[in-house]
Design a protein around this ligand. Structure first.
Ligand code: FES
Length: 117
């Protein structure tokens, strides 16, 4: 880093989204947390968290289905990879995709996402 320059980094924090038992394989769950509106999916036993709003015309991805590892928007069927947020067939079109983990607390299995602070 050069003298006099300022490094700006985005802080990340693990944030509770829901309980694991709230999720159903292949279905989305809408989660509104802080400034994030997320679609959380359980797909092949793994949890994914992506932005809920479709960049095409604002469809709710949490209401869509999962196909080939993608969240498919229910309005016009644009598909976004759950792991990267990239649009299937057009990777420069992208939504936010966030790391997730499961944490045990008070006898519950919590789904957490690492979100920019
Ligand atoms: S609003 Fe999502 S595909 Fe059109």
């Amino acid at each position: 880093m050069r003298a006099g320059s300022v490094r700006i980094s985005r802080l990340m924090a693990w944030t509770n989204l829901c309980e694991f038992s709230d999720l159903k394989e292949g279905q989305g769950k809408y989660v509104d947390v802080g400034s994030f509106q997320l679609a959380v999916f359980l797909h092949e036993g793994k949890v994914f968290a992506v932005d809920n709003e479709c960049p095409h015309a604002g469809g709710n991805l949490s209401s869509g289905m999962v196909m080939d590892g993608c969240a498919v928007c229910p309005w016009h069927y644009w598909a976004f990879k759950l792991d990267t947020g990239q649009m299937h067939g057009a990777p420069t079109v992208k939504i936010g995709a966030y790391p997730t983990r499961l944490e045990e607390a008070d006898g519950k299995k919590l789904v957490q996402a690492e979100l920019p602070g």
